[in-house]
Design a protein around this ligand. Sequence first.
Ligand code: FE2
Ligand code: FE2
Length: 207
Amino acid sequence: MPQSQSHARSSQHHASSRSRSESRRDSEQAREEVLGLLIEDHKRMKKVFRAFERMDRDARPDEAQALVRATCVALMIHASLEEEVFYPAARECIDEESLIEEAEVEHASARSLIEQLLQLDPQDPKYAASFTVLGEYTLHHIKEEEKEIFPQLSRTDMDWPALVQAMHERRQELLQQYRLAGEDTGQAQEDDEGDEEAAEAERQRDA
Ligand SMILES: [Fe+2]
Ligand SMILES: [Fe+2]
């Protein structure tokens, strides 16, 4: 959408008795919340892929398999949330719409890798290899979202308060849907051990 239309739509939207600065503050808070929610998911995923690389998978095959499955579910929930709610809103406002197209193509590749992976026997050497590759895809994708897509959105006036509500609602529905199907949604897969050390390694890698 051209910038001028997006401005017009946004100013109509907050036509209420509330002051402009209050609306601006709400919008800022909602923006932080939307991006914060996605970034929290990203952090959790990075941690899980690191934990998988570090773990003694031969000694703890069941644990490794549970971690793989829960991570795939968490990735699918995150991807659905972005595809159904976040990307459509972002596409309306972002300068470079091609970034959203690329992100969707990356999601499709990750989904097909997840599908293949979940059909493999966990003893198959391709099982761990597929998960490692999925981790590499995911890290690359997360970097593009955080470094290219999110900063462009910070400069636009999206309807962040409406978006934050839609994101929370859809997220709860998706979590519920997978939990009802008996899946671990990965929310309890936090691995606080070695956090500091991993964060330091990441800082050095990014530098
Ligand atoms: Fe994504
Ligand atoms: Fe994401």
